[in-house]
Design a protein around this ligand. Sequence first.
Ligand SMILES: [Cu+2]
Length: 363
Amino acid sequence: MRASSAMLFKINTIKMKFARTIFAGLLVLLCQQINAQDHSKQHTESWTSARPDGHAPISVMGDHYHHKGEFMVSYRFMFMNMEGLYRGDAAISNLQGHQAGYMVTPLKMPMNMHMLGVMYAPTDKITLMAMFNYLQNDMDLQMRMPTGMTRTFSTASSGLSDVKLGFLYKLLNRNKQSLHALVNLSIPTGSLEAKAATPMSGGKQLQLPYPMQLGSGTYDADLGLTYLGQATHYSWGTQLKGTYRFGTNTYGYRMGNAYQLNSWFAVKTTPWLSVSARVEGQVTTGIIGRNANLNPMMVTTADVANSGRKLVNTALGFNLYAFKGNLKNLRLGAEYVYPVYQFVTGVQLKQKESFVIGLQYSL
Ligand SMILES: [Cu+2]
């Protein structure tokens, strides 16, 4: 047993090294390609954000940097919904969820998120970023008695989530192609104390399960790389981003790491409008450790065995851009996001569609 797990660990380490080597190789190739094109052209043009598709679809964060002295504020609103149970990559009934050993199963979890962002570029190379998120979570649940009777109830939580501070670093911008790195530090300002009275608690306020809490409780880092390209009437981009969490929070657990690969394509139909299509792959690993205040047999969301998922999203969106006039540099973006594939570890709610709308203003 021990020998085989050591072997597995070794194989995984080799796989990771291999993936890292491939990634570094691709990066070098990309830089060389951008440089090579530079020498072949007489007039080199920079990638520019001053067009409707100069910003990525609104759901993508840290997609663009600014010129020295520029300042930007943004507000985004996101509605997300989760509904119906999944085990692995297949839907199951709530009865099957209860039969897996849980007294309570969730029915749905709609979530509203308000995001306020600030960007400022002290130099052409560096753009500083800060992001403040306010969350409103709701969850409808079903309790099943041994007699087979069911009863539904709801819980809710809301408040400031974790604050993110970071910067973008411009690596290259030439031949209408651009490459920049993203570094964010997430500060655990979001509360882990969200509580509610449930039919099982006899009127007492009890700490809510993991997905209903407002923050991770740990210091986390986002590391990312964004590649952008432009032609006269269309543009494209790819962003690879990882969220890494460190240590354990005051309740003895750590949320899973998250990895995202985003690729999008946009068509600039007029100087003020672009439409976009995007594909996103997401992997979130499971929770490490557990909160001793939560009874894992009570509800699926209180059991860390039901955490971690893989998801493929598709999205359609548009950007409106005021390129002149009094509202110059004001943008409005919206995107509709629909998951086309998901795999959950254990029993979890299924991710449904989400909708994002946002305003950005730079000066
Ligand atoms: Cu900006």
